[in-house]
Design a protein around this ligand. Structure first.
Ligand SMILES: [Fe+2]
Length: 241
């Protein structure tokens, strides 16, 4: 049967997230959200071909070495070497191959290699804190890095961020870009962190916490953490507004 151009442009819209599973745009305890959150009701943009297709990333652009943050300088960075691995999935649990994952993080002392971070913790000349990779055919990714330290910020008196790694994921389409933060299990700072607490639903918050995994851990070398990322749907990983 012939199909017309307009038939080929019929697209399946994505399911919208469940109420409470994503951070509120305005969460007053997180001060920066007061200025940047919208004051008017959101306008839902229909999902058309331009929202649910592209981009496509070539393997030539992303090198194998980009996913090992401990090998970017002459020496090895200080801190606890870790492996962070997981899978990127769509709303139906299917693997997303070829998704571009970019990460950025503080060093083991909790300091970013960035001009805006001037708090009194040492920089590490052997650690920049950025990496990227593509998911494989099974939707899996794997980074080697250093466990980041917690760091102070100026949101409120004595404010400290729990240790975290920032993630950006491009799925199969522009609107499936997800920016989020991965946390580590059992962090005592969770209860005091307005960014973590800005996700209203407890179960959804737990989807931001990686789990220690002995099977990922390598003897005499690195501890391992698993962090799966679901781009859309009821089990979606909470993402930043
Ligand atoms: Fe951060």
């Amino acid at each position: 049967m012939d199909c017309t151009v307009s038939d080929r442009l019929i697209v399946q819209p994505y399911r919208r997230p469940e109420p409470g599973s994503q951070p509120e745009s305005l969460h007053e305890a997180y001060r920066a959200s007061i200025l940047r959150s919208p004051r008017k009701p959101l306008v839902l943009i229909p999902h058309t071909a331009s929202e649910v297709t592209g981009p496509v990333f070539g393997r030539d652009d992303v090198k194998e070495a980009d996913r090992d943050l401990t090998r970017q300088h002459a020496g090895e960075p200080l801190g606890e070497r870790i492996i962070v691995t997981g899978r990127v999935l769509d709303s139906n649990g299917r693997a997303i191959p070829g998704a571009l994952i970019e990460i950025w993080q503080a060093n083991s002392a909790g300091r970013y290699a960035h001009a805006n971070d001037q708090h009194p913790a040492p920089l590490d000349p052997n650690f920049t804190g950025t990496g990227r990779t593509l998911t494989d055919d099974d939707g899996a990714y794997r980074f080697v890095t250093i466990k980041p330290g917690p760091y102070p910020w100026l949101n409120h008196y004595n404010a400290w961020r729990p240790a975290h790694i920032h993630f950006s994921i491009f799925g199969a389409a522009f609107i499936s870009r997800l920016v989020t933060q991965m946390y580590f299990p059992g962090d005592p700072l969770f209860a005091f962190d307005p960014i973590f607490q800005s996700v209203p639903d407890e179960k959804a918050r737990q989807r931001l916490v990686s789990r220690f995994d002995l099977a990922t851990t390598e003897p005499q070398w690195a501890t391992g953490y698993r962090f799966d990322i679901v781009l859309r749907g009821q089990e979606a990983t909470p993402f930043e507004k």
